[in-house]
Design a protein around this ligand. Structure first.
Ligand code: COS
Length: 634
């Protein structure tokens, strides 16, 4: 955390301030009125080393840190918001991605002239249908021999046709979402690369903003920036740094407005004294100064994080959002202090008032930034489809739901045991009945339906013959107290993640089902056919447990003591039978979702026909959000 700038930082501030006061302030009103770009002054910035302020000297830069860059943008914006963003868009959006992702050749060819200020840079991400949702990029780049052919366009591009070198994004793999977007370096003057009219804007009118139009632009393959498909990440990482520049711009504009207001408040006399001595005004000034200090600390500390190569995406978003939101409050108060005079053209505060607004919008609206910040705090939300299916499907995922109805009770019990053996369960082995639930590979679970405590004897016998630990539902432990609390299974109790779960007299309350949802096999024995557990089980017998359990105990009993269970392996979860597909089948071990190659996963932009092995590592189960690595080949 940076609490104080160094002497060098303050020397730089004085240099940039002197330049801005001398070269920009006197023409700021004219630039604003005429929508004019300060080309000559930008060349001077290059000569001062400011256009490549953070880049190493070997690439033509000044080799200073990000805090110096933030200070430079702040000082330019302090006299003219537009000039601040010219530097910010050039340095952090146009040049930085080439520095960070470019090849040595690309750096030599493009970064050096950008850093020494002989060329101006720009960045093209935004499109008509891709604003906050930057993934909606529609500009295409189709490979054609040694070139990519670019078609489409970008809107709201800062520096526009005053720039010479552009980093732009385009789709190289349609249907692949963010991974189908690539970044390219373009040069002004290439055939088919033209510009739209300059926008007539509310503020920052000295900066030039226009559309980029690509009509069959031939981009040499060596101008691909990074790898194919990396463009979205490059753009996002670029914006992480860019947002520090916009935060500094917002800070500078607010600082300029504050200073104007302070000066005016001291000069303007009403009721016989300068208005600054009225509490209504002095308190406003106090609040403005406090907000500026808070914003400045945020901006500088995020610059410091970036400089140290530490994660700074969240901090940059916070700084940009906070500095620009507070910036609006400060320019508003500054204009209010000016009264009617502040409303007049020609007053700097009127220009600051207009210039400040864009900082809450570009390089991520402050709403998107709150989404970014909360994403860092909460984590990425699960896909919408997963949320929906999670709500509607059975709690324990896809299960066989084989309710054994044919034959006598004895035959049904025999059938159950045969199925379990076929699934891989060996009933000559067993584990201690008191094995902790979280470690047990098998459990026999008593529900409220087992009635009086005497029936626990049946549960114990079954647990022994099934080679299982004993567990129970919440009421059996909490209300009936048949077992200690640490034996109940459920969300707020403990989860059973082993292989075989046999529920006796368990109705299937939501929390209990969540506690067994990763069990490999769920067996339900209950006298009510409507019990929820039957919708969540693999095998079920509807019947009175006092009749079912003795039969089951007898069938499982091989007349010998159980051998000690070796280190259990997770048994693959059973899935309902289907015709085998022509490709390997993968199911989610969490919820048994089956990845169907023929369908792909449209919600995650996975094309139909994509083999499981080709799915990106980050792909998650659309049903339950489990990781790809938790899928099992069946
Ligand atoms: N740095 C590097 N990679 C990043 C990243 C970052 N800051 N943010 C996201 N990514 C990556 C993610 O890791 C993810 O990669 P995988 O697909 O490999 O998992 C990919 O980019 C997509 O990320 P995510 O799913 O989070 O993207 P979303 O579309 O859901 O949301 C927001 C991204 C909304 C945050 C993004 O689109 C954004 O910032 N929008 C505003 C754009 C903007 O600022 N426009 C103004 C431009 S003015 S020049």
């Amino acid at each position: 955390m940076c609490f104080q700038t160094t002497k060098e930082h303050e020397t730089l501030r004085m240099q940039v301030r002197a330049f801005a006061e001398k070269e920009i302030k006197p023409i700021a009103f004219m630039l604003d009125q005429e929508n004019a770009f300060p080309l000559e002054q930008v060349k001077m910035l290059g000569e001062m080393g400011l256009m490549g302020i953070t880049f190493p000297k070997e690439y033509g830069g000044a080799g200073l840190d990000y805090l110096s860059y933030a200070i430079a943008v702040e000082e330019l914006a302090r006299v003219d918001g537009g000039s601040g963003v010219i530097l910010s868009a050039h340095a952090s959006l146009g040049a930085w991605p080439i520095y960070a992702y470019g090849t040595e050749e690309q750096k030599e060819k493009y970064l050096v002239p950008l850093a020494d200020g002989s060329k101006i840079g720009a960045f093209g991400l935004t499109e008509t249908n891709a604003g906050s949702d930057a993934m909606g990029t529609e500009t295409t780049a189709d490979p054609d021999g040694d070139y990519y052919i670019l078609n489409g366009g970008k809107i709201f591009i800062t520096n526009a046709d005053y720039a010479d070198i552009y980093v732009v994004t385009a789709v190289t793999q349609p249907g692949m979402g963010s991974r189908g977007i690539s970044a390219f370096i373009l040069e002004k003057g290439w055939e088919g690369f033209t510009f739209g009219e300059h926008y007539d804007k509310l503020g920052i009118r000295s900066s030039s903003t226009a559309e980029l139009v690509f009509n069959n632009v031939k981009v040499p393959k060596e101008n691909l920036l990074g790898k194919e498909g990396e463009g979205f990440r490059i753009a996002m990482a670029t914006l992480d740094g860019g947002r520090i520049g916009i935060a500094a711009q917002a800070l500078g504009i607010a600082q300029g407005a504050f200073e104007e207001a302070l000066k005016y408040a001291k000069e303007r006399v009403q009721f016989g004294k300068p208005i600054a001595y009225n509490q209504a005004i002095s308190f406003k000034l106090a609040d403005m100064a406090t907000k500026l200090r808070a914003a400045r600390l945020m901006v500088y500390s995020s610059a410091e994080l970036k400089q140290k190569g530490q994660p700074h995406g969240m901090e940059a978003a916070m700084a940009k959002q906070y500095a620009s939101d507070l910036g609006l409050e400060i320019v508003n108060d500054a204009l209010q202090i000016h009264g009617g005079a502040g409303f007049m053209k020609g007053m700097a505060v009127e220009r600051f008032y207009r210039d400040a607004k864009i900082c809450t919008i570009y390089e991520g609206t402050n709403e998107i930034l709150r989404a970014v910040i909360s994403g860092y705090i909460i984590g990425r939300p699960p896909k919408e489809a997963a949320m929906k299916s999670k709500k509607s499907g059975p709690v324990t995922g896809v299960r066989k739901k084989m309710i054994l109805k044919d034959g006598t009770l004895k035959e049904r019990v025999a059938q159950l045991v045969a199925y379990l053996k076929a699934d891989g369960y060996d009933f000559t082995i067993g584990l201690d009945a008191e094995t902790p639930i979280a470690l047990a590979s098998r459990v026999v679970c008593a529900g409220k339906g087992i009635g009086p405590i005497e029936n626990m004897a049946l549960i114990k016998d079954l647990a022994y013959q099934a080679g299982a630990a004993i567990g129970c539902s919440r009421p059996v432990a909490e209300t009936q107290r048949y077992l200690p609390l640490n034996r109940y299974i459920g969300m707020s109790g403990q989860k059973f993640t082993g292989n075989l779960y046999i529920g006796v007299g368990v109705s299937g309350a939501g929390q209990h089902l969540k506690g067994i949802k990763t069990a490999s096999t769920i067996v339900a024995i209950n006298n009510s056919a409507n019990a929820q557990i039957f919708k969540n089980c693999d095998y079920g017998i509807v019947g009175d447990f006092t009749e079912v359990l003795p039969l089951l105990i007898e069938t499982l009993d091989n007349g010998e003591p159980k051998k000690e269970m070796p280190q259990p392996k997770k048994i693959k979860r059973a899935v309902p039978k289907k015709l085998p597909p022509s490709y390997k089948l993968y199911i989610c071990s969490g919820c048994a979702y089956e990845y169907v190659q023929d369908l792909g996963d449209p919600e995650a932009d996975i094309l139909a026909g994509t083999p499981f092995a080709m799915l990106p590592d980050e792909w998650i189960c659309p049903e339950c959000g489990d990781e790809k690595e938790n899928f099992i080949e069946v």
